[in-house]
Design a protein around this ligand. Structure first.
Ligand SMILES: [Zn+2]
Length: 238
């Protein structure tokens, strides 16, 4: 079920049977990992949240398993992604299994001050910018592949423009060339949407390479109600 969260009892005793350090140097015979169908291999990332449920970052399955090991996982949400099989417990004679879900909420230090700061500004790069703009050219409204888009400075550098989220949009090469070093008014071109600075949760979403449906639903629930991404994600999925 989407977004159903499960509180976990701490799993240290069980986890001791699973030697993560050894697994870093090639998997030992007694440890193997099975990816659920939804994970489509071992590269699917897990969404880490803090104990209040605020999204923090993307982590791989090893990092997720380590958090379980350190008793930092308070509860999990989403769907089962991986099963880690460890050694046989001498006392019970049972093989130990650790299940890693698509979303884990963790206690302890977040390491991401941006999550709690209202004035947080995420770093700007083309990949997240193009995703913010749903791969649409913000002038001609056509959709393009990432390689066909460019970063347009609405107010150009030559006229005092800066490299900030609110002054940049995705633009196709043709529109960018046509606009040249002019403002949209000077070039008589119109933006189809107002550029915005993503919040932390929006930024985590934009950074995700392959966001599973339950992870997306979880992240979207943390977007501001007014976020343009609500509509753009629909557009994107269509
Ligand atoms: Zn265009």
């Amino acid at each position: 079920m989407l977004n159903s969260c499960t509180k976990l009892p701490y799993l240290t005793a069980i986890m001791r049977e699973i030697d993560l350090e050894r697994s870093d140097h090639g998997l030992p015979d007694d440890l193997h990992i099975v990816a659920a169908a939804g994970a489509r291999g071992l590269s699917q990332l897990v969404l880490r949240a803090d104990v209040a449920g605020m999204p923090l970052e993307w982590i791989d399955y090893k990092e997720a398993a380590r958090l379980y090991h350190q008793e930092q996982v308070a509860y999990t949400c989403g769907s089962l992604l991986y099963e880690l099989y460890g050694g046989i417990n001498a006392r019970t004679g049972r093989r130990t299994v650790l299940e890693v879900n698509s979303i884990v909420a963790t206690v302890g230090h977040t390491g991401n001050p941006g999550n709690t700061r209202h004035d947080y500004v995420p770093p700007l790069n083309n990949q997240t910018l193009f995703r913010r703009d749903a791969y649409l050219c913000m002038y001609c409204a056509q959709r393009f592949a990432s390689r066909e888009l460019s970063r347009d400075h609405i107010r150009p550098f030559s006229q005092g423009g800066t490299d900030l989220w609110t002054n940049v949009v995705a633009a196709c090469r043709r529109c960018n060339n046509q606009k040249a070093s002019r403002t949209p008014e000077q070039a008589r071109m119109q933006l189809i949407a107002v550029p915005f600075t993503p919040t932390y949760a929006e930024y985590i979403f934009l950074k995700g390479r392959r966001v599973l449906a339950d992870q997306m639903q979880y992240l979207v629930a943390h977007f501001p109600r007014s976020s343009p991404l609500h509509d753009r994600i629909q557009h994107w999925l269509s």
